[in-house]
Design a protein around this ligand. Structure first.
Ligand code: FAD
Length: 153
């Protein structure tokens, strides 16, 4: 991880990630918001790990948060849940393990070509995947993942 944040005097964890509060603002410099791999994001179930799945929602959440703060509106804490763990095994094989929102696996998984196609779709269409993942909690019963909210519009 880049030493930039720590070298700038921003509070970081042992890996140089910006320590954030529940709204992804730096705990030492609240005027600074951290997103993606640069942010140490704590959920009830643990620390998020660097991934597109968890990093992508932090950006629109933070954009919404800043807009709300500028307008003097209340902001809800960042909220996120995982829904899968995809692993590519070359171009034609993969394993997709679906998870609970706290990243624990459960019975549903894809393997082989179907999994490789799924991984290709997810990696090739991050915006579509993000939009769909926001609805995971209402479209399926298997995961309450993928949610990230800044507050009522
Ligand atoms: C080999 C590899 C495979 C991965 N596979 C997966 C996967 O299958 N699924 C998954 O979910 N995640 C995967 N990840 C993790 C995923 O890529 C990251 O979690 C995600 O890219 C983080 O996005 P980000 O925007 O926070 O950071 P980044 O994508 O790293 O973007 C940061 C950007 O900032 C730029 N930058 C850095 N310092 C400066 C500076 N001082 N000034 C200006 N610009 C700067 C960098 O050049 C970069 O473009 C993988 C990562 C790696 C390395």
């Amino acid at each position: 991880m880049s030493p930039l944040a720590a070298a700038s005097g921003i509070a970081t964890d042992g890996h140089g990630l910006v320590l954030t509060d529940a709204t992804l603002r730096s705990v030492s410099h609240p005027q600074i918001h951290a997103v993606g791999d640069a942010a140490a994001v704590q959920m009830d179930f643990g620390r998020l790990h660097g991934s597109c799945q968890s990093g992508l929602p932090t950006a629109p959440y933070t954009a919404d948060t800043i807009a709300r703060l500028v307008r003097g509106k209340a902001v809800k804490p960042f909220r996120f849940g995982y829904f899968h763990q995809p692993v590519s095994l070359g171009r034609k094989d993969a394993v997709i393990q679906f998870t609970r929102s706290d990243f624990t696996p459960f019975g549903l998984r894809l393997t082989g070509r179907a999994a490789a196609r799924y991984k290709e779709l997810v990696s090739g269409s991050p915006l579509m995947t993000y939009r769909y993942s926001r609805r995971m909690n209402v479209t399926t019963l298997v995961s309450r993942g993928g949610r990230a909210v800044a507050g009522p519009a």
